[in-house]
Write a protein that binds this ligand. Structure first.
Ligand code: SDX
Length: 436
């Protein structure tokens, strides 16, 4: 017997233009947009589409990688809470989890670390690509370019439906992104490239490639090495953010993952996304002192949205970003080694005032991952323009896991949204002498 309408997992839609009713199935709290196309006023009618600029309320995929509850401030990778992963795992362990769905066994983890370690080198020709940039080239643009350049060295990467080919490119990208990042920095300061040291950890080797000078063997500070590893974990994935959506959309054309990852790096570069940690530091430096915080907050509130409190707000989190909470706690450990960052006082005052101010409370604006990460990066002597590059090193694991999931998802095909066309139609040509 068919259950009463109120018990069926469907929507009943009445088209008030002609009184017709339609029943649309509900699955996982969604309706399939193509199911709306049957709602027509006649045979010529294309049918109803959804209109959702910036995809504010549109799921682009099904995924089992990262879960976020924005209201409760929950973030889980494959079901494991971020705080537990940050405390108890290494970045490469978490990267394995994100990519494979389970925490690695001891044997899997050792083999994984060994495989990443021996793939940190890049083809020497890549150094010419990096050397071709001006000294003041932004390292994010250098990273986007050099990641795409990698595709020219691994033509087999185009075989995106071969699981072993995909796995090999995933290893190469996770292993080589820190090398490209460090090389971009060394180019910007006119230092020779410091090649990978296989005796060091993933984070330790990155610090070595960044900061080794004349010493024959670089020894990373263990507290900073651990802090950087945790930062990579916190940035590893974040479901369908802007750069991951770029990775999925570009990857849906079946281009190789190097070119798709280059698009993701480019999306992350934007100041509203991964470039926000760099913008937070510039904002704090611009404020200059705690005493100037009230005036700055007033400017933000009166700017009509033109001046933003960088590092605040989030499309999903309408509560405190759990990653910001972890970073705020971790800052003290780092400052214990590096000395307290004077900008922290300004940041804490900004947070204190914002969390009490109705303008921010009403808009549910809380500190996000970028608000504190920049302070820690700066204390660790990373230049400000390297902050989004550090974000990209961690996020590479998430981009690749999401890309890998998309390639295997039978629901997916090349991304090609529709539009609402409001322009002219069928116009006659106008010769030059009759224009204007
Ligand atoms: C990341 O998506 C992800 O998961 C991203 C990320 C990840 O891990 O991948 O978490 C990483 O990108 C974190 C976000 C870093 N960006 C910033 O910190 C830049 C500052 N934040 C804002 O630009 C903004 O909050 C966004 C872009 C993060 C979110 O923008 P939304 O969801 O589109 O919200 P909105 O712009 O529609 O803002 C709603 C209201 C507006 O005011 P009204 O028009 O209602 O009056 O809130 C205001 C906005 O003007 N607002 C802010 C603000 N953010 C939003 N006002 C002041 N300061 C801000 N930071």
């Amino acid at each position: 017997m068919t259950p009463e309408p109120e018990n069926r997992e469907t929507l009943t839609i009445t088209d008030n233009r002609n009184g017709k009713s339609y029943e649309v199935p509900i699955e996982n709290g969604t309706i399939k947009a193509p199911d709306l196309r049957k709602i027509k006023t006649g045979p010529e009618d294309f049918g109803i589409m959804t209109y959702d600029p910036a995809y504010m309320n549109t799921a682009s995929c099904k995924s089992t990688i990262t879960f976020i509850d924005g209201d409760k401030g929950i973030l889980e990778y494959r079901g494991y809470p971020i705080a537990e992963l940050a405390e108890k795992t290494s970045f490469l362990e978490t990267a394995w989890l994100i990519l494979n769905g389970e925490l690695p066994t001891k044997e899997q983890y050792k083999a994984w670390v060994d495989e990443i370690t021996v793939h940190t080198m890049v083809h020497e020709n890549i150094t010419s690509v990096l050397q071709s940039f001006r000294y003041d080239a932004h390292p994010m643009a250098m990273l986007a370019s050099s990641v795409a350049a990698l595709s020219t060295f691994y033509p087999e990467a185009k075989q995106v439906h071969d699981p072993e080919v995909r796995r090999m490119q995933i290893v190469r990208l996770i292993a080589k992104t820190p090398t490209l990042a460090a090389f971009a920095y060394r180019h910007s300061i006119g230092f020779p490239f410091a090649y990978p040291d296989n005796d060091l950890s993933f984070a330790g080797n990155f610090l070595q490639m960044m900061y080794r000078t004349a010493e024959p063997k670089y020894t990373p500070n263990p507290i900073l090495e651990k802090a950087l590893d945790v930062l990579f974990i916190l940035h590893a994935d974040h479901e369908q953010n802007c750069s991951t959506s770029a990775m999925r959309a570009v990857g849906s054309s079946e281009v190789d993952p190097y070119c798709a990852a280059s698009a993701a790096v480019s999306a992350l570069y934007g100041p509203l996304h991964g470039g926000a940690n760099e913008a937070v530091l510039r904002m704090l430096k611009g404020i200059g002192s705690k005493d100037h915080v009230p005036a700055f907050v007033k400017d933000v509130k009166e700017s009509g949205g033109d001046v933003k409190l960088m590092g605040f707000g989030h499309r999903v989190y309408k509560n405190y970003d759990p990653r910001a909470k972890i970073l705020k706690q971790m800052a003290d450990q780092v400052f214990g080694v590096t000395g307290r960052n004077p900008l922290l006082d300004i940041a804490l005052e900004l947070e204190r005032i914002a969390l009490e101010d109705d303008y921010f409370i009403k808009r549910k604006l809380y500190p996000n991952v970028d608000f504190y990460s920049g302070l820690i990066y700066q204390a660790m002597k990373f230049p400000v323009d390297m902050f989004p590059v550090l974000f990209a090193i961690g996020r590479m694991a998430g981009w690749l896991a999401q890309w890998n999931e998309m390639i295997q998802d039978k629901d997916q095909k090349i991304a090609r949204p529709r539009q609402v066309y409001l322009g002219y139609r069928d116009r006659s040509f106008v010769p030059f002498d009759r224009r204007g």
